[in-house]
Write a protein that binds this ligand. Structure first.
Ligand SMILES: Nc1ncnc2c1ncn2[C@@H]1O[C@H](COP(=O)(O)OP(=O)(O)O)[C@@H](O)[C@H]1O
Ligand SMILES: [Mg+2]
Length: 242
């Protein structure tokens, strides 16, 4: 299979305003794709159409070559789409363990299957195992990001979607998040493919460090795309720089 996720001319409205104007985007198995763009251009909206939090008005979203854009959010998650929303959505007054258990409930995992899924998350993020009894709200930004990613991994995704993982995180920790993403690519999956990542990110250097390909979004449409090595300073200046 050459394409894991394929957005075909996706249009979406919010409160009667056209926000997405025919977004075209592809993610192949095992690759890291950065969706870039300034504030308000429709990056989060694009992710919400993929996860099912927002309906598409026109166009199609294919996952493993089947249309998913009419399926419920939880069904899409079970097909293998993990989602870490912007701001991470950790429950601050619940412990790390409770935050993870919510993920298990959402993804319908029980018994030995649930225990195995948790064990894999602890292997990947040992710090979470050390902090199981701590409240989510007292973790550092980087640890919260690991918790949010760990929770999303509990659905055993083929595609992990991250919305601005470096937002509000200290520069010294951003590098750790880059390391985390590189580590995620090495997770062996049952079907032999690596985990693919679709990352919304405004921080260009971070994209250059972790992504294989990029899409630049401007006012609801893709204006440039290609290998991250071919992202030119002109594209950065015209479409990405604040
Ligand atoms: N709940 C909402 N109600 C009204 N407008 C919204 C809402 N959410 C987003 N928008 C508008 O949709 C556009 C795209 O938003 P968004 O996808 O969140 O941008 P990005 O993630 O690229 O910063 C923005 O112009 C924003 O003002
Ligand atoms: Mg956003």
């Amino acid at each position: 299979m050459s394409t894991l996720l394929h957005l075909k001319s996706v249009e979406a409205d919010i409160s009667g305003s056209r926000i997405l104007r025919g977004v075209e985007l592809e993610v192949r198995p095992g690759e890291v794709v950065a969706l870039m763009g300034r504030n308000g251009v429709g990056k989060t909206t694009t992710l919400k159409t993929i996860t099912g939090l927002l309906p598409v008005r026109a166009g199609a979203i294919m996952f493993e070559e089947k249309p998913i854009h009419r399926l419920a959010t939880d069904v899409r998650a079970r097909l293998g789409i993990g989602y870490v929303p912007q701001g991470r959505d950790i429950f601050p007054h619940m412990t790390v363990e409770e935050n993870l258990r919510i993920g298990l409930v959402v993804h319908g995992r029980k018994g030995a299957d649930a225990a195995n899924a948790l064990e894999r998350v602890y292997e990947l993020f040992p710090v979470l195992k050390e902090m199981l009894g701590r409240k989510g709200g007292v973790l550092s930004g980087g640890q919260q990001q690991q918790l949010a990613i760990g929770r999303a991994l509990l659905c055993d995704p083929k595609l992990l979607i991250l919305d601005e993982p470096t937002e509000g995180i200290q520069p010294s920790i951003i590098e750790q998040i880059g390391d985390t993403l590189r580590r995620l690519r090495t997770i062996p999956r049952a079907d032999g493919t690596g985990l693919a990542i679709l990352l919304v990110e405004q921080y260009v250097d971070f994209c250059r460090a972790v992504a294989d390909r990029y899409y630049a979004l401007d006012r609801g449409a893709v204006v440039s795309s290609g290998a991250i090595a071919d992202l030119t300073d002109d594209v950065v200046r015209i479409h990405l720089q604040v």
